[in-house]
Design a protein around this ligand. Sequence first.
Ligand SMILES: [Zn+2]
Length: 209
Amino acid sequence: MSEGNHATGWDVDDVLRIRVRRVGPIDNAAYIVACPETRAAVLIDAANEAGKLIEAVGDLDLIAILETHGHADHWQALAEVQAQFPRAWTGAHEADRGMFPKPPPARSLGHGQLVEFGRRQLRVIATPGHTPGSICFYHPGYVFTGDTLFPGGPGATTPPLGHFPTILESIRAHLLPLPLETMVFPGHGGPTSIRAEAPYFPEWVARGW
Ligand SMILES: [Zn+2]
């Protein structure tokens, strides 16, 4: 995955084209997700190192910059990337709006909302718990989970914005029911799958983090 496909420049090249860029001091994963049939793309988390993200977008038609949540390590490059692609709109969940620098993302992304790019769309899944406005983005076969779900369990639930029972409920109600083959692309670290993570849910509940 991290090596990518040197022939095409895409890390995943199937129903969606996905480029991952690992950026910043705590190894954030930012994703460029493109429609294979058009040049339309979205960026999930303008996390850091704007130059790397801008280069990865290249000459794709960037429709939107989507923020999984408001923690600062996920938006360090937001202003710079948007300045480079002024036609791209920015979106985040309303509940995290106050965590962003001014101006905050322009559009409010709520549960069930569809983000269209070319002939593809991502569905917003509200998954509060890591932060109140944490969201995931789903396309059949793929889910981008921000800091809600990592390989090995839920993201941190540090008070006051984090809440462990809430993140567990988000994962139980909205992520574990996804098809088992769904690949999980988290906001830090490498990919996993619903099949790999679901069996451990009772352990996460029992350990309490
Ligand atoms: Zn976070």
